[in-house]
Structures are given as C-alpha cells and as structure tokens.
Design a protein around this ligand. Sequence first.
Ligand SMILES: Cc1ncc(COP(=O)(O)O)c(C=O)c1O
Length: 442
Amino acid sequence: MNRTETLRRKDISHFWHPYTDINSLEKKEFPVIEKAEGVYLLDTEGRRLLDGISSWWCVNLGHSHPDIIGAIRKQSGILQNSITGGMSHTEVIRLSEKIAAIAPGDLSRVYYASDGACSVEAAMRISIQYWWNLGRPEKKNIISLSGGYHGDTLGCVGLGYISRFHKSVEHVLKRSITAESPYCFHCRYHKRSEDCGLECFASMEKAITENSTSTAAVIVEPLCQGAAGMRIYPPEYTARLRKVCDENDVLLILDEIAVGFGRTGKMFASELAGIVPDMMCVGKGLTGGSLPMSAVVASEAVYDAFRSDSQTDRTFYHGHTFCGNPIAAAAACAAIEVYERDNVLENAGMLSEMLSEAFWKYRSIEGVHGSTALGCMSALEISEKRGGAVTALQIADSALRKGLFIRPLGSVLYLWPPLVTRKKEMEKMLRIFEDSLIENLS
Ligand SMILES: Cc1ncc(COP(=O)(O)O)c(C=O)c1O
C-alpha cells in the first residue's frame, strides 16, 4: 500500500469530517494535502491542485503568504496566549486599531471570537442585550433571510436554516422570523436585473414593520447568500434594509464572514450598498484564512449601551477562552497590511472581469440553467433536467482529475479563487472548469 493509501486508511479510521457523507468518503480516493503555496494545494502524490474555492472561502491572500507566516513565527516565539478578560496584550490592541481604521463608518468596537459562528452568536446576543440594557427586553427576536447561512451552532442554525443541512435538528431550534430570500436565480417575480424593482424586499419590509416592537435585529449575508447556493442579489436590497431598520428601531447586523475582506471587490460588501450596519461579523479572510479568528465590529452607540452605572450592571457576560488570541491577532495584522499594501482589490478587479465574462459565456452550454457573478465569486446552476446535483458532483470530480479543486453546493458550481490569483492561473482555472462542464454536459 502506498503512503497516500495508508494515510487515507488512517484518516477514515479516526477523522470525522465536516459536511462529508461517510459512505462516499470511504469509497473515494480523496486528496491528502500536505503543503500549500499561493493558489495551489499540494497533495501527498505530488499533485498541484488549484484551490478554486479558497479553502472554504477564506484564503484570500493565497496559501503560505510569507508576511503572514513571518508574523505567526515571530509572535509564536513571544506570546501564544494571554487572557483578554479585564486585561490586554499588545497584538490585540494593534489589531483592534487596524480593524477600526478599515471598518465602515463608525464601526470601531471590536469583539473577538474564533470561528464565524461564534461571532454571529455574539452579535445576536449583543443585539438582544442592547435592548435589554436600554429597558426594552421585549425586543428579543431576530429576523433573517430564508436560505441564509450563519454557521452551525444551534443559535446560528435558528437564524440560517438550510433544510438539506439542518432538518435533523429543526425540532430543537429557536427559529428566527424569516423573510423571503432574494433568489435571483429563480426570481419568483420573473424579473431580470434590468427590470428588477426589488419586489422580494416587500417580504422583509413586512417582517420588520409587523414585528418591530418585538425585534432586536435583522441579520443578513450582504449581497450574496453563499451556502444557499451563491445567491447573489443587488446591493440596493441592503441599502433599503438599512432604511427600514432605522425607521423601525431595529439593529442591522451584516454577516460579512464570507464576503468581507475584498470578495465583492470592496473591502466590505456594505460599501457597495453605501451603508453602515450597526454590527458587522467578520472571520475567514480576517487572518488571510491562516488561523481561526472572527470578530463582531460594533458601532459606538451599541458599545455605549453596555456601560454600567451605580444602579445597573450592563456588562456583556459572554466570551471564549481564545478571544483575541495573540498569534491569530498577529496573523490578522499582517493580513490587513497585505490587503492594503499589495493592491489586492485591484487584482481582484481583474479576476472579477475574467470570471464574469467566462460565466456569462457558460450560460450558452446546454444544461447550464443560469449564471451569476460579483467580484471574485461566480456561480452557475446545472439544470435539474441534466442531473442537477449529481452532475455537479461529476463535474467537480472531472475538475479534480484535471487539477482544479471545487466543491458544488447542490446543483450550483462556483469559483471563489484567492484574490491574489494571477492572470495565467485564473485562465487555467477557467479552462479546466469549462472543459469539465463540457465533458459532462455534451
Ligand atoms: C456568511 C457566513 N456566516 C457564518 C459562517 C460560519 O463561519 P464558520 O464556519 O467559521 O463558523 C459562514 C461559513 O461559511 C458563512 O459563510
């Protein structure tokens, strides 16, 4: 048995993989990665695989970025962990200042967590306690979008319920109030972008106005409902949402965990909508995808509601052991410096043009139901008539054999390359993607 096969055997003996069907994994010759550089994952058989989904949407600056590695190395020799409850350390101070400097508007108070889901949990709890602190405990519900995804803790699943993933726990969830998804792939109003009047927003507006007295916050993934199948929707939706939240005394939380740090072409998606939320959740690209770290970035007004006085304790009693971990903070500082110094958004602009042009062209391939693109995210749907999700998986397998790693979301195939991908590498990704489509659809 060769080394890779030995490793696979050991893997399936002990490792419980996330979001992975056990039976098909056990039959599959899945890649075992041992190294990664730039846009490539290198497996134990010496194959170089283009990382077409930035390793679950986070490696925006490519793998093994020398500045991030340098920062991690340096920091790990100085201070690996230090409690942040009631005291501080140099790296978390440095990072908080950097985040406040790049965050939209007056978002300047940074609360740390480790994974995206933990930051959403924190934002949810901040919003509920915000109103409790202001003497309005009846404002305790959250409104979210149908088909949204905000992480896999039970609290988050109550907000972002996707039946395929979460139906086994539906009976124990506290579900949010949900508004209709802005699902442009299958617009219920049969509109195209040219004549879209945001008809789907009426459902959100109704949810907010009818429940404003009991609602603490609305949370949405701005501009793209990722895990639902890359449902990209117009920025005007988020702009209108800001207005209606303001009119109804409801906080707005934007979950930028997937789209923050350049994915839409702007540092944060809210900039495309021209608005500032009350809170923004970030994760994934914050450390350039190198280490787990997430954060809630809140406005001054939200933060101020947590000041105690002699009569009332308004403290936010919520936290995680590794809040603001120094090594992750050092990695995030290095990543933010790279985003700013290396004109990453300019490169992302070039990739965005290539992606949207290619995905527009793929619409003419029989079996492709439609396509969508924004910034460095592009998706298409395989029509049910041509096998939908089953065919999408076959296409991903073909791409893997040709050297491109992608992972479909049901019948949706997408590319989400590192923002630093070079032109030639992008051309190669698109060539393999197209060849794999044609091979399986013609
Ligand atoms: C929009 C959004 N929110 C939250 C999460 C959860 O993040 P994590 O997997 O780091 O918990 C994700 C993960 O994909 C996401 O896309």
